[in-house]
Write a protein that binds this ligand. Structure first.
Ligand SMILES: [Zn+2]
Length: 549
């Protein structure tokens, strides 16, 4: 195993600087991008724990100092050149595609794959076409098509000049199947599933492989006419039953599914499989570059064989490591169950990494664009967590986001010798000259701050200093001077405010009255609390979703 101590140290330092202390679970995923093999996880954990311990024992300055010597270890990967690397065989006008199966809600991993195809098409002044691979009536539905289109068009900002559905091409695909049968390159097989599994495993051919092309064509017609029930017959490619790549051992190309299709209704019962329609569709659509994850590597020879037999044009295939999401479940069935049981609020539950959830939390599309550019075409599997998104998002929105005060679980502070002020002007952002006006009346601070700083002198941000009580809520004014003491936010005139946190729990409190003028979907920052997106305006209150710190 390669020595990762430098990388671990760098990531642990950065993690500690950002969050106050480092956590082994946050370091591990980063190492995959430096070539860590999954099988070495156990071996490397003790080392990570040891280094994390060392980092956590350093003080703030020590961490900064150490990190400044190592930050390019982390930076090289994350802030390398902003543009995507060149593609092989690519010139002006390449055509890429986005081919989702509408059988799920999209998550972050899908978005990055789509954006990769889209951004490459743009880079070469080309086109990126959307194709719904809706060839399995058991899994696909209109609900998913609509949700995907909404995510793709309205969130990711990807527009396609036309949208193609594989299910619209079934007669065409039947013709290609007949071509293969006539060439004696495909045959009807009636073996049951177990028999075929056994034969494929042992590399033996089944009896049906010897049927003549003429008889196969007859059987195929009867197959289409509905003679066989589900599972009784399939059309197979005549591959090589001894091939080291099992995909080449006579994979099925068509099977019968007796279920209405959301688009085609009862028009078809015989449906093509992925390895058949995918390469044909790519050729028919004139796709020049297929960018896909290396999980599909084994399927390439079969798809090439199909294209060769049918005389179809090949594409340049570019493979990259898959994007996996480690912060949340992405399993559609699991999520659906959690929603149906009432545990999750929907496909946009803030605990999920679906595009719906990210969008509702206030992650802007540029964040995802930036993330794709940073990752590029990684050879290794890329493990995605919310931290990566938050880090980019913070950088992109910090300078342009208005700041407001919010106090969680407000407590009214009675202030002895309180100066007579009607209002104060405070900057809308520390780097800007614009100001906002805050009324000064009854003063509320958060219960948390009252407890944390009890008995201490604190500064009410941009107002004045008070000494907080040890018990109760009676504070004493001390001075106006802005000096180095803890600063806390406060409100007087307020809008009742609720915020949905990443754990799906609501917190409530008062936000300064100026937040009343905000519009739904506005993104703002509550100082010392975090970024939030205004989700809904209620009659007398605002409901936000928490974006990130
Ligand atoms: Zn057979």
């Amino acid at each position: 195993m390669k020595d990762f101590s430098k990388e671990i140290y760098a990531y642990a330092l950065r993690n500690a600087i950002e969050f106050g202390s480092a956590e082994p679970g946050k370091i591990l995923p980063k190492l995959f991008q430096h070539g860590l093999d999954k099988k070495d996880i156990k071996k490397i954990m003790p080392q990570i724990q040891e280094i994390v311990k060392k980092v956590n024992s350093l003080d703030k300055d020590g961490r900064q100092r150490e990190f400044s010597l190592l930050d390019n270890v982390v930076k090289v990967r994350e802030e390398k050149e902003k543009d995507l690397p060149e593609l092989p065989n690519a010139g002006k006008g390449i055509i890429t595609r986005i081919p989702p199966e509408p059988s799920k809600y999209l998550h972050l991993g899908h978005a990055l794959s789509f954006l990769l195809n889209y951004l490459y098409a743009k880079k070469y002044d080309g086109k990126c076409l959307i194709r719904f691979e809706d060839a399995n009536p058991e899994k696909v539905s209109k609900e998913y098509v609509d949700a995907m289109l909404d995510d793709i068009n309205n969130y990711l900002g990807i527009k396609s000049e036309s949208i193609r559905y594989v299910s619209d091409d079934i007669p065409l695909l039947y013709n290609y199947a007949e071509k293969l049968i006539s060439q004696d390159k495909a045959y009807m097989c009636f073996c049951d599933r177990e028999t075929m599994q056994e034969l494929r495993h042992s590399g033996k051919e089944c009896a049906h492989r010897k049927t003549s092309a003429k008889d196969n064509l007859k059987e195929w017609k009867q197959f289409l006419a509905g003679k066989y029930k589900e599972g009784e017959a399939v059309l197979r490619i005549k591959g090589d039953m001894k091939h080291t790549n099992h995909v080449m051992r006579d994979s099925a190309l068509f099977r019968m599914i007796d279920k209405p299709h959301f688009r085609q209704k009862d028009k078809y019962k015989v449906w093509p499989l992925y390895d058949f329609y995918n390469p044909i569709e790519d050729s028919l659509m004139g796709i020049t570059h297929v960018l896909r994850t290396n999980e599909f590597e084994q399927r390439v020879p079969l798809q090439d064989l199909i294209k060769d037999l049918l005389g179809l044009k090949k594409q340049t295939v570019v493979q990259y490591g898959r994007f996996s999401v480690i912060d949340a479940t992405t399993k559609g069935r699991e999520i659906r169950e959690l929603i149906e049981s009432g545990e999750y609020i929907g496909w946009d539950d803030p605990r999920l990494m679906t595009l719906r959830a990210l969008r509702r939390r206030g992650i802007r599309k540029d964040v995802l664009y930036e993330l794709v550019k940073q990752i590029g075409l990684s050879k290794y599997e890329v493990h995605l967590d919310f931290d990566m998104i938050a880090a980019i998002s913070r950088k992109l929105i910090d300078a342009d986001t208005e700041r407001y005060y919010f106090v969680e679980d407000p407590v009214e502070l009675e202030i002895e010798k309180k100066p007579k002020l009607k209002s104060v002007k405070i900057p809308i952002h520390p780097d800007k000259e614009d100001t906002r006006n805050l009324d000064v009346g009854e003063i509320f601070i958060s219960e948390k701050d009252l407890k944390e700083f009890k008995g201490k002198e604190v500064r009410l941000l941009h107002l004045f200093n008070v000494k907080l009580p040890v018990k109760g809520n009676k504070a004493v004014f001390t001075s106006m001077e802005n000096k180095p003491i803890p600063k806390i936010q406060w409100v007087s005139s307020y809008t009742p405010t609720k915020i949905l946190m990443p754990n799906a729990k609501w917190v409530s409190g008062f936000a300064e009255a100026g937040t009343k003028k905000l519009k739904a979907d506005d993104l703002i920052q509550f100082e010392r609390f975090g970024f939030v997106r205004l989700d809904a305006k209620k009659k007398d209150s605002n409901e936000f979703w928490y974006t990130h710190r």
